[in-house]
Design a protein around this ligand. Structure first.
Ligand SMILES: *Cc1c(COP(=O)(O)O)cnc(C)c1O
Length: 325
């Protein structure tokens, strides 16, 4: 792989950068900017659109006609993958954790509208069932391409090196002290890490951990580090990361992935009411809740300039209506 791969056009870039004047004033801390990757323009948007522009370019180059990926029932990644496949005329298979619900809403409703073929995988929500589905599709004569959980491979991460360059065209990276975002499968984090070094940007890159680790699995920080190093190698960037280069704040995982508490609800309401912008319950609500908490604790003050990377996800709000009443 190299950066010579030409991304497919799936969305609308650059996404806007806005300043959150009213929220910043209300919190009385740093000036807060927002990178609006919720507006990537592919089927209600989100950070996976960026990854898919590179990943699906690779799939097309390999002559594949079918995409398989996996996620939670309310996966934004799966929704954007289904939309990208529809746009490119490819068949899309989604392997979703849990059991088929009585009513499909939020992202799952959209997956159905997009014509994705859904396989329910019970407790396996990270794609454990993909290999046998891929084998079955090959036996039927299809050419499947596997997009890993969250689109977090080297291609996906490389898209966030580009995203950093895009941001550098929009504001002076030297003026930022922190970039805060939700980190969950690692591709966004790995790409932003490499992008920051290549842009020689001074800000602290603060990933807010979304998912509780699973005992026995590789710790998430190591997953990010490994992907950042593999992406660096693939892009021949000559950057070697160590644990010291990584900030992963796991103070806000609460009861675990997709369990919504007061932290997320308050953050969603504040950003909606002060800025008219919707966060999502699983990722950006939690990451913004973390940012707000750090401001209230005095860890971030008016001496700082923070950019919050809005990675999308608002379609899941409808599926979490009960938790957000
Ligand atoms: C997938 C996702 C993230 C996390 O990005 P990763 O690259 O998987 O870490 C954050 N926010 C939203 C809304 C997402 O869908």
């Amino acid at each position: 792989m190299s950066l010579s791969i030409k991304p497919v056009v799936l969305g609308v870039f650059p996404t806007p950068v806005v300043e959150l004047h009213r929220l910043s004033a209300a919190l009385g801390g740093p000036q807060i900017f927002m990178k609006r990757d919720d507006l990537t323009g592919l089927a209600l948007g989100g950070n996976k659109t960026r990854k898919l522009t590179f990943i699906l370019a690779d799939a097309l180059e390999q002559g594949c006609d079918t995409i398989i990926t996996a996620g939670a029932a309310q996966s934004n990644h799966c929704r954007q993958t289904a939309a990208a496949a529809a746009q490119l005329g490819m068949e899309c298979h989604l392997v979703l954790g849990g059991d088929k619900p009585d009513t499909a809403n939020g992202n799952l409703l959209l997956d159905n509208l997009l014509g994705a073929k859904i396989h329910w995988s019970g407790v396996n929500r990270k794609g454990e069932d993909i290999p046998h589905i891929a084998t079955a599709l090959k036996e039927k004569g299809r050419k499947p391409y596997v997009v890993p959980y969250g689109g977090s491979n080297v291609h996906g991460a490389a898209s966030f090196v580009h995203a950093t360059n895009e941001l550098a065209q929009q504001l002076d990276l030297n003026a930022l002290t922190h970039v805060v975002f939700a980190s969950s499968s690692g591709g966004t984090h790995a790409g932003l890490m490499l992008g920051k070094v290549l842009a020689a940007a001074p800000y602290q890159l603060v990933g807010i951990d979304i998912d509780k680790g699973v005992p026995g699995e590789m710790p998430f920080a190591e997953v990010v580090l490994d992907l950042a190093n593999r992406t660096s190698e693939a892009l021949e960037a000559n950057v070697k990361f160590t644990t010291d280069d990584l900030i992963l704040n796991d103070n806000y995982v609460g009861e675990g992935y997709g369990v919504i508490g007061e932290l997320e609800k308050e953050a969603i309401e504040l950003v909606a009411r002060y800025e008219g912008v919707f966060l999502d319950p699983v990722y950006t609500g939690r990451a913004m809740g973390g940012l707000i908490d750090m401001i209230r604790k005095g860890q971030l003050t008016s001496a700082h300039n923070v950019l919050f990377w809005h990675t999308g996800g608002a379609p899941a709000l409808f599926a979490y209506a009960d938790a957000l009443q």
